[in-house]
Design a protein around this ligand. Sequence first.
Ligand SMILES: Cc1cc2nc3c(=O)[nH]c(=O)nc-3n(C[C@H](O)[C@H](O)[C@H](O)COP(=O)(O)OP(=O)(O)OC[C@H]3O[C@@H](n4cnc5c(N)ncnc54)[C@H](O)[C@@H]3O)c2cc1C
Length: 451
Amino acid sequence: MTTFPSSLASRTVSDPDVLARYAVDESLGATAPEHFEVVRARDLDDVVEVLRWAQETRTPVVPQGARSGLAGGSVALEGGVVLNLEGLDSIVEVDPLESLAVCGPGPVTADLKAAAAEAGLFYPPDPASSGFCTIGGNVATNAGGLCCVKYGVTADYVKALQVVLPGGEVIRTGHRTAKGVAGLDLTGLFVGSEGTLGVVTEVTVRLVPAPDPALTALATFDSLDAASRGIVALRLERHRPSLLELLDGPTIAAVQAIADFGFPVDCAAALIVQSDRPGHTAQDAHRYAALLTEAGATDVAVADDPQESEALLAGRRALHHALVAKGPHFIEDVCVPVGQLTALIAAGGDISARTGVEITMSGHGGDGNLHPSLFFDPREPGSRERAEAAFAELVAVALAMGGTITGEHGVGSLKSRWLPDEVGAASIARQRALKAVFDPQGILNPGRVYW
Ligand SMILES: Cc1cc2nc3c(=O)[nH]c(=O)nc-3n(C[C@H](O)[C@H](O)[C@H](O)COP(=O)(O)OP(=O)(O)OC[C@H]3O[C@@H](n4cnc5c(N)ncnc54)[C@H](O)[C@@H]3O)c2cc1C
């Protein structure tokens, strides 16, 4: 590897243990390459310098936030540089009049949400990883999360960006104003581009008026069909829930195995639903409970206050840890039309029965975006391969239902082989041509997404 400019020497990492921490994200099976460098950028100049040098030396660059990604998008590449952006973590302003906030890519999502709340405003995107992922990573993956059913995804809140392109050129996209239609929507192009077009160094987000503290209802069911009916009933409600999460029986058993979150262990599914509608949370929560009872819930609990609400949601928040504790697994991220949810769940059951691969079903049921987890035993020959094959089957099922291969985690390196199946060869060709406009030498996150 060509030597870095001396100006970056203090930003690089030499300790092998520290280096290893920056090598992988949360995707299953990600491994560190043999040779790679890490630069922990501290300001815009560092980013410009890295991208100028990388273009000159044709060195691959992996932009990186907090490495919570589940698609392998921020994993180090052989002979490349990991450009970590966590240090660009200032929240520059929160402007109540314009209803916006400006920040670097590095703040943890929860910190931006807290800064907005201090000003009496709300930054809605709420990935389950919001306590440790970064805004830059959220923008690059167009992150979703628990409140999309009412509030949408990260793209719905990004107004403007500052982006550094390969070669070091700095551009601005979008606008701060309430409206603005000047030129092509490059902001929309960069959001969700998974570090393949440019490095995001500043983000301007839209804020909305603060909702009320949410009230939760938790319903359990003796069949997944009944739970699906409940989701459909709630989706059709005039006042949409602010959260609508699904856990199937095996997921509940895994959650209860790490601590007692109050779920009955013998139920087939649970739905957790919230309302944050100002002045109406109790009314909505009781209405949702009644609809879920009508759909076939065997038991429904409604929280009386925000503390009880959090307690009812605690099992959902513990989900990732519970599944990790259960054993090695692939995490799916398929999203189908909500009307196909029952069929998706049934297909998962069929695949599991046919292949012997244990599959738990959980996720953002209100969006039709499930995260089936496919378990395997690394000691058993062929077990991992069977889980991988079942994973591919689920992707195919989702596509056949008019769904997508990834609702929110991104394509990264994990799902790039299926992208042509979803978007078609002509679209892939145009996507590659667009990449060449911003990154003619293909140094940014090469081999990922639409490769
Ligand atoms: C327990 C758990 C729960 C999760 N829950 C959710 C969820 O509910 N919803 C959801 O959407 N995701 C979820 N995720 C996935 C992950 O947290 C998101 O994808 C998140 O947006 C990644 O942010 P990050 O800062 O960790 O980025 P990283 O993982 O470091 O990077 C992700 C991608 O963004 C690119 N990138 C990062 N920063 C920049 C930048 N400044 N400029 C350009 N490109 C950049 C990287 O190259 C990579 O392609 C979850 C993950 C875990 C581990």
